[in-house]
Design a binder for this molecule. Sequence first.
Ligand code: SF4
Length: 890
Amino acid sequence: MLQVTIDGRIHRFPADMPLLHALQQAGSPVPQLCHDDRLKPYGGCRMCLVEVAGEARPVAACAAGLRDGMQIRTDSPALQDLRHTQLSLLAARYPGQALAQQPELPFHRLLAEHGLAAAAEGGPPLPIHTAFRDDGHPYLAVDMDRCIHCQRCVRICDEVQGQFVWQVHQRGERSQVLPRDGRSLLGSGCTACGACADTCPTGAIHDKRSTTAERWTRSTCVYCGVGCQLEVGSRAGRVVAVRPADSPVNRGHLCVKGRYAFEFNHSPERIGRPMLREGGHWREAGWDEALDYVADRLGRIVVRHGPDSVGVLGSARATNEENYLAQKFARLVLGTNNVDCCARVCHTPSAKALKTMLGTGAATNAFDDIEQARTLLLCGANPTESHPVLGARIKQAVRNGARLIVVDPRRTELADHATVHLALRPGCNVAVFNAMAACIVEEGLVDAGFLAERVTGFAAYREFIRAYRPEAVAQACGLTAEAIRKAARLYAGAGPAMCMHGLGMTEHVQGTDGVMTLINLALLTGNLGKPGSGINPLRGQNNVQGAAHMGCDPVTLPGGQSFEEAAERVERVWGAALPGQRGLDLPGMLDRAAEGQFMALWCIGYDIHQSLANANRTGQALQQLELVIVQDLFLNETAKAFGHVFFPAASVFERDGTFMNADRRVQRIRRAVDPPGEARPDWWIIQELAARMGHPDGFRFDGPQAVWDEVRQVWPAGAGLGYDRLERESINWPCPDEAHPGTPVLHRDRFAMGQRAELACIDFTPTPERCDADYPLLLNTGRTLYHFNAGTMTYRTANAALSPCDMLDMAPADAAALGLADGELAMVRSRYGSAVLPIRLSERIKPGELFTSFHCADLWVNRLTSPLRDGQVHAPEYKVTAVRVERPEG
Ligand code: SF4
C-alpha cells in the first residue's frame, strides 16, 4: 500500500490504483472531460490538473500514477482559476440551447457547477466548430456544434471497437471531428456499437431512439454467448434504453444488438394471452383453459403411445433455472429422456469432443485470457459479426502485438488482421488441423515436457499423423503446404496460444472430429491448463451453454454430468427415479415423427421450423405431430405452420434468473419491466403444467432463486454459485463452495477425468455433400452483425433498417459468368429445396463458393441446407451445401 496525502489528509491506496480513482476514493474528485476509464490516459482537457509537491507545474491526474509519499492538492485557487478559464473558453463556443435541453449531460453539469453559461443562441459563429450534422443513421445522431474536441469518440472507436470511424480532419483551429468519409456514419464503416455516444460528454453524438430512463436495472444481454453485462433503462413500464456495464466480459462495451436492439420487447406483435388453434384458426384462451388442455392431451398421448412418444425442447432463450425445470419436467412428469435444446445444432460437437478428451465439455479458458495470449488461432468463427464485443477485443489484442491465425473459407474482417489466413475449402477442417499437427510433430515443435506429464498415446499418434503431412493434403483443402506449415509453426512456436472456434468447426458431418483435432493441437503444444491458451468454443446464443448444461440433453444430466456420474445424486434430490431408457435428441425426435412414431413436442423459446437445417423435411416431420406446443414471445414460424397451443412467455427484460455465457460464467438477469398482458416466465408455465399433470411435488419453487438452489444440490461444481454471490460477482465454474474463487482456467494440473489426456487419431472422411454439374457451387451459411438467429427479435428493431434481409455473397467472377449483377435476385437451388436471395458481390469469398445468413423468415435459407448430420451428436451440416444459382423465372 502507498501512503498519499490529498488536500492535507493522509490516505493509503494499493500501488496499482489510478490517481483519478484515488482522488475519487479520498473524497477529492477532480473534474474531467477527456477521460474515460475504458481509454488510455489522454491529458487533453486539462480539467483534472492537480498540484503535486515537487513538480514545477500542475499535472494531469488522468495520466499520472501514484507514488508513495505523494502530496497532492486538488483545489487551490490557482487550479480553480485554470479550470474556470478552460471551461469559459469552451462555453463561449457552445450552443446555449443544448444546455437547456439536456442539463444532465456531463459537460452541461460541469458548466452549471462553475456558474458558466454557454454562448447565446444565434451568437457570433466561432471558428473551431463545424456545423456537421448527420441524422441518417437509425440509432445515432450527430450534431458537431456541440463538439468540445475531447476526442473521446475518436479514441473509443480506435481503442475499444477498433473501427476508426471517427477521425480528426484538418489541424489547429480548423480541426473537426468527422466520420471517416467526411459525410456520414453509414458511409464510414460504423458498426453502431454506440460507444461514441456512450462516451460523448456533450451529446454531440447521441442515441436517437433511447429516452431518459427512470430506473436502471443491471442484467445480461439477450443475444450472443459473450454474455455482456448491461443496464436496462426503463420508464413507465417500457424498456427505453440500454447502456453498457463494466464486467470482466465486456469491460463497459456493447455491440449494436446488445445496446440498441431492445425495441422488439414492446412490439405490437408480442403475444400476451395463451392461444389454442381450432379449425385452423388461433383463438385466445385463459391460462387455466390452455394449461388444462395441454395437460389433458399430453397425458392421453403418454398413456396411449408411451412416454417416449413425447419430447421437450429447452433453449438459449430460457434461463438456467427454466431449462433445469424443462428437463426435470420431461424426466419426472413425462417419464422420458427425450429432451434437447438448440445446442444440438451448434456446439454439441464441441461439448462432446471436450468432454471425451479432457473430461469437461466447456471452454477451457476465460475471455480475459485473450490479452494474455501471444498467438490467437481462430477457426471457423467470425467474431466481429457473431460475437462483436469479443471480436473487438481480438482486434485490439492483435493491434497490441498478438499474432493471429484465421482458418476460414472467407476473408473475414479479422482475416485482414491475420498473420496467416488459411482460406480452406469448406468441409476440410479435419484434414487441415491434422496437417498442422503433422508439421508440429515432424518439425519437433511439440512441448515434450507437457507430452511426458499430461498426454498419452503419442507413439501411436506420431505414426498415424505421418499420412497428413501438409504436402499430402494441402491441395485437396485448397491451400498450400507452406501456408499450413506457417500456421503450425506460429501456433506451436509463439505461445501461449489460445484457440477459439465457432460453428465453422462444428456444423459439419465431421464436427466433433474437427474439434478433437483442435484439442490434439493443444495437447501436442502444451497449450492447455494455463492462461492465454486452451480450446474455446464461442457459443452463439446468450444461454446456449446453460441450456445444455442444465440437462436439456437426452444423455446428460444437470451440470453436464453423465448418468453414471450423477444419476444417483439427482434421484436422491428429486426423490424419484430417472427414466431408464435412452432419450432421443431433436433430430431423432423428428425422424421418429416422420415415421409416425412420435406424437408431441413442446418447444420452449425455439423456432425449430425456421432454424433447423433442411426445412422441408423438418416441416414434413412436424406435420405428423398430434400436439405442438410453442412457448415464445411471438408467433414464430413453427407456431404459425404447426402449433396447436401457444404459451406467451416473458422476455429477458421481464424475468429473473441466470444465464451461463461461453466462458462458463453464471450471470444474473433481472426483471426490469412487467411482461405484456398475461405473458409469464417459462419457469412459471412449466410448474403450472407439472401441477396439472399430477406432479406438483418437485415443482413448487417460489421463484428462480429456489430453483437455482436445487441446481446447486445436483451439480457439485456449481455449489458455490449462490445468488448472493452472483449479485456482486461474475464467476467461472467450477466453483464447488462459497469460498471458492471460481476457475477461469480449466485443467491446470490435471484434466477433469485424470492426470493425462489421450491424443485422438482422427481420420478425415469428406462429406458426401459434393458439387457436380447440376450443383456446381458450395453454399456456406452463418450470421451477420445486425441479426440474430431466426430474426424474431432483431427484425422487430431498427436493425432491420441497417440490414433489411439476408444476402447471397458471391464472387464477382461467378456473378459475371452467370450474368448476374449486384443487388439482383437469384434463384438458389440445392438437392433439398430452393430460395430466392438478393446477390451481393463480394471479394471476400472465393469463386465457386457462396455465403449467406439465415435470419430472414421471408427468404428461409434453411430450405436449402442438407439433411446430413455430425456422425457422433447429429448436429446438422449447415456449412456445406452444393447449389446452383439461376436467374428467377418471371
Ligand atoms: Fe450482446 Fe454479444 Fe453484443 Fe455482447 S457481443 S452486446 S453479448 S450480442
